[in-house]
Design a protein. Structure first.
Length: 201
């Protein structure tokens, strides 16, 4: 008798979906790998594209926020909502008009992220090295690498702002696409939704 029929059904449905649409996942993975390689080869273009995309997101969210704020102008917090919407629109316009300047600001945020992530990883590794056994050293190295990346990017400003974001986005897309290709190829050869021996009992 199965103790978790809902979970088994969900796994079988997921397996069946992956098997039936493996080609779509494969195509998506290939597209991500190609875009990731282009972003790595031409990181300046990718950085500008990221800045413009974020600019549009800020602008659209600001406009939507402004409309909803005036539609609910009698609700509490009207002025705070209005300020938030206006700031979103202003940030979007700045990023769209001066994407390189926006890339500098985004790169500074990236540096802050690397510093916080690096310090947190190092402290976590040192505090838990007894429980983590051999893995704590890898976490310590990961934190140190984060800090080194932050120093390299900070030392090279403003030049690094033109490529840092694009390069990291490219690396992320490359690894994401490779993972999706691997999942698609595995799903192609697997049996669609075949129940396991334990679930059949």
């Amino acid at each position: 008798m199965s103790t978790n029929p809902g979970g088994i059904d969900l796994r079988q449905a997921l397996s069946r979906t992956l098997h039936e649409h493996w080609l779509l996942f494969l195509i998506e993975g290939i597209v991500l790998v190609v875009l990731g390689m282009l972003a790595i080869v031409v990181p300046v273009v990718a950085t500008i594209a990221v800045a413009i995309l974020i600019g549009w997101l800020f602008l659209i969210s600001g406009v939507v926020g402004l409309v909803t704020t005036f539609m609910a102008r009698h609700a509490p917090g009207f002025w705070w909502s209005l300020v938030s919407a206006v700031l979103g629109i202003a940030a979007g316009i700045v990023l769209l008009d001066w994407p390189i300047s926006g890339a500098v600001s985004l790169t500074l945020l990236l540096i802050v992220f690397f510093v916080i992530e690096g310090v947190a990883s190092i402290m976590y590794a040192l505090e838990h090295k007894k429980e983590l056994t051999g893995r704590w050293a890898w976490m310590l190295v990961s934190g140190i690498i984060d800090l080194i990346l932050a120093v390299i990017i900070l030392a090279g400003l403003p030049e690094t702002a033109t490529w840092a974001l694009g390069l990291l986005v490219g690396i992320n897309m490359l690894f994401g696409g490779t993972s999706m290709i691997a999942i698609a190829l595995h799903a192609r050869g697997s049996a669609p939704g075949a129940p396991s021996a334990s679930s059949a009992a």
